[in-house]
Write a protein that binds this ligand. Structure first.
Ligand code: ADP
Ligand code: MG
Length: 754
């Protein structure tokens, strides 16, 4: 079949034939020409460049570019096991290839004559295989190979393949080598015609970007490095634009939904609450409060992200918003990532509200409401009561964990959803809660103290308006952080425990944090708070590459008795971790909050939200096992009162090691946003984006959230302009199509409905 033109959407089986098409589908899941052409080369060899053979390591799967130095034909011992017949003489071919300094052996068994036609001394080629060692020499056994023609005139196909100065190396699989991909790409590019470029002409002109067709040719068959650079620039732009346009459309679609306005009311519970606050609101709290109050009064749903440093006082902001909704006859939900935090919110919010939360009792003033708690471990009877109160509207405020998302939870009139400390709480989960407001959409406030770089905010929360709470309430004390090198300076560690004792003697409290629970399971411990999503749980932080073979991280159940019998003997200690029964967690936290415990030895269940102002010291054991942002969150538990906080990062990592450097950065800066950049620089972006952007994780191939911050911001502006001018993207078919491909049909349809 002769194809006149190839489009991006043609099936590969038609363009490349059924066998090759199916092969690519099996190996990479590729179905269309687009899938193949979006499989970008990982690197490029320049002609004349050779692989540094001395860097090869055993078990590496390599594609090496090298020159044949020596070809040695050797007989093998006759096959002794051959039954009957004459013994067969077998041969092997031993080829030595070189990069000029190091060398590598290639071993082929059989087909020697045939192989020798290609493998001639002086010829260069690409060799792919897995590095093994034979008698102390590194070798590839039966590598796949492709020789580079000595002159471009040798054979037209090969000439086309290597006409450029640069040889692309695409991510290969064990079944499909990089040059097979290369050949398929060449076929696909031959008659390629693209009519619906995702990046509109006007933007291409404005930002000097290649059209898609030239881009794909440039990335796959570059002649010089500047071809690759131009193609990459355009591809980054495209990724940023497609992602941001999807988010902008999503935000518009959400805003176009009807919502019940919940305007503030004079003389309501909210006003009473404000009057009863034991402190002055900060200017920031007041400003954000005004913005939120205005949002809540609108007939379109609020979708706002409140970014605030640890301890900046977000809870009060949330409570004031919830009470405004309650005053206007609606209900509000406060969703927390862990059981411990949900319980704490319940305790502190009921305490703050006092009689205002006791509607139906004789203590309650005329205007009052009720607060209910629902988590995965709420008992059957209690749960039934909570469900009834939610359904009848008797409970104005519901606090809980993921359990609140379940189908059985129905509301009389859900007006506001507050999601606390859950920056990984994805779009889908937000949708699940939204569905619970019948007929209209609830207002949504997402709060996070996990500082996230601006572009991550734009990406993960690109469909939300962003407010920032930067000011700390007055009377906050500084926290000083120090690294305690347990190996080099054992005396520092002794001094750390002494500091804990001193603080306790002065009437204050302390935390000791360990990376692991311990107990039965020898070395692995995902915290198993039934309510927490896995990504938010303590568990073992994954060790950085190359550091896998260390001792298991310290565990609460080992450290606690050692401390109680040793350096902290005589102090009142208790333990807290995700595997405790919820009632027990509640009891432990209450005791600590009431000052009945001096030292709480815990896992990262206390990472977010926990608020005990009297605690002033935190000792983090094996601190190098935690991420930078996580350490910042943890230390946010101290320095919440009038006394200065001290955070000690205990580590066995040596001076100058990456782990140590990371800890020193945490010790040196108290700016969560600066730390979040360090964190992002060290983690894979998929981890950061989490499930929130399950679709786009795959589609971010060229874009890097940190490096391309400015580009993303610009793309966002342009996306807003495009969507304002043409909300349905009728004039931007290519862009529309790219968004559909990224989101998948279901989520894309949602955008088109609005
Ligand atoms: P976060 O923003 O980390 O969630 P919280 O809401 O837990 O912080 O607030 C931390 C502490 O600060 C709480 O004990 C809270 O009562 C207190 N707080 C909040 N706002 C103020 C304020 N304006 N003045 C003094 N203390 C405040
Ligand atoms: Mg909080």
């Amino acid at each position: 079949m002769l194809r006149v033109v190839t489009t991006l959407h043609d099936p590969l089986v038609e363009v490349l034939g059924a066998t090759m098409g199916r092969k690519l589908e099996r190996a990479f899941g590729m179905e269309t020409v687009q899938d193949l052409l979006r499989h970008y080369p990982r690197r490029y060899y320049t002609r004349g460049e050779v692989t540094n053979l001395s860097e090869l390591r055993e078990k590496d799967h390599v594609t090496a570019l090298a020159i044949v130095k020596d070809v040695n034909r050797k007989p093998l011992a006759p096959h002794r096991n051959a039954k009957g017949g004459k013994p067969q003489t077998r041969e092997m071919l031993e080829v030595t290839v070189t990069d000029g300094t190091g060398q590598l052996k290639l071993a082929f068994f059989g087909r020697v004559g045939y192989l020798m036609r290609d493998l001639k001394p002086g010829a260069s080629g690409m060799f792919a295989g897995t590095v093994s060692t034979f008698r102390g020499t590194r070798q590839l056994v039966h590598p796949e190979f492709e020789m580079l023609p000595a002159h471009a005139s040798q054979g037209e196909d090969a000439a086309a393949d290597f006409a450029g100065q640069m040889v692309p190396v695409s991510p290969a699989s064990s079944k499909v080598s990089t040059w097979v991909i290369s050949r398929c790409v060449r076929t696909a590019l031959q008659e390629l015609q693209i009519t619906d470029d995702p990046v509109p002409d006007e933007l291409r002109r404005k930002y000097d970007l290649l059209p898609l067709e030239a881009t794909l040719r440039g990335i796959h068959r570059p002649h010089e490095p500047s071809d690759v650079a131009a193609a990459q620039k355009r591809l980054r732009w495209e990724e940023a634009l497609v992602m941001q346009t999807a988010l902008v459309r999503r935000r518009k679609a959400a805003a176009a939904m009807p919502a019940v306005p919940r305007p503030p009311e004079d003389g309501g519970v909210a006003a009473e609450f404000d009057a009863s606050l034991p402190f002055e609101l900060t200017d920031g709290q007041r400003d954000v409060g005004k913005t939120i109050s205005r949002d809540l009064s609108c007939a379109s749903p609020m979708n706002r992200l409140l970014l605030g440093e640890v301890g900046s006082g977000k809870t009060v902001v949330a409570v004031r918003a919830m009470l405004q909704v309650v005053d206007s006859g609606g209900q509000a939900v406060l969703l927390a990532p862990t059981e411990v935090l949900a319980q704490q919110h319940y305790r502190s919010i009921t305490a703050m509200l006092g009689p205002l939360a006791e509607a139906g009792t004789i203590h309650a003033p005329e205007r009052a409401t009720r607060v209910a708690l629902l988590t995965g471990s709420t008992g059957v009877k209690k749960r039934r009561g909570v469900l009834t109160d939610a359904l009848t509207g008797d409970a104005g405020i519901l606090i809980g964990t993921h359990a609140l998302l379940e189908d059985q939870v129905q509301f009389a009139d859900l007006g506001l959803v507050v999601i606390d400390e859950q920056h990984r709480f994805g779009v889908e989960q937000r949708d699940a809660l939204r569905e619970k407001a019948k007929g209209s959409r609830p207002h949504v406030l997402v709060m996070t103290a996990t500082p996230i770089p601006r572009t991550v905010a734009m990406t993960v929360f690109g469909d939300l308006e962003i407010s920032t709470l930067s000011q700390m309430p007055a009377g906050r004390s500084p926290i000083s952080t120090h690294v305690v090198p347990a190996v080099e300076k054992p005396r520092y560690l002794a001094r750390a425990w002494q500091r804990v004792r001193e603080e306790v003697e002065a009437g204050r409290q302390a935390y000791v944090v360990c990376p692991r629970i311990g107990g039965d399971e020898p070395d692995e411990d995902p915290e198993t708070d039934p309510d927490a999503s896995p990504s938010d749980e303590a568990g073992d932080p994954a060790p950085p590459p190359g550091e896998e073979e260390r001792r298991p991280p310290l565990a609460v159940l080992d450290v606690a008795p050692a401390l109680a019998e040793g350096p902290l003997s005589g102090l009142r200690t208790s333990i807290l971790h995700g595997k405790l029964h919820p009632d027990e967690k509640d009891r432990v936290m209450s005791a600590f909050k009431n000052g009945d415990t001096d030292v709480l030895i815990s896992t990262t269940v206390i990472e977010v939200g926990v608020d005990v102002p009297n605690s002033t010291v935190m000792v983090i054991m094996d601190a190098d096992r935690f991420g930078v942002s996580q350490l910042h969150q943890l230390r946010g538990r101290i320095g919440r009162g009038q006394h200065a906080g001290l955070c000690l990062l205990v580590t066995e990592s040596g001076p100058g090691s990456p782990a140590r450097t990371r800890l020193e950065a945490v010790a040196e800066t108290s700016d969560g946003f600066a730390l979040s950049r360090i964190d992002l620089a060290q983690r894979r972006e998929g981890d950061v984006l989490g499930d929130a952007q399950s679709g786009s994780r795959q589609s971010l191939k060229m874009l890097r959230l940190l490096r391309d911050e400015e580009l993303i911001a610009t793309a966002r502006e342009e996306a807003m302009a495009l969507v304002d001018a043409d909300p349905r993207l009728a004039r931007y078919r290519g862009l529309h199509r790219a968004i559909n491909t990224m989101l998948g049909p279901e989520r894309a349809e949602y955008l088109d409905k609005s």
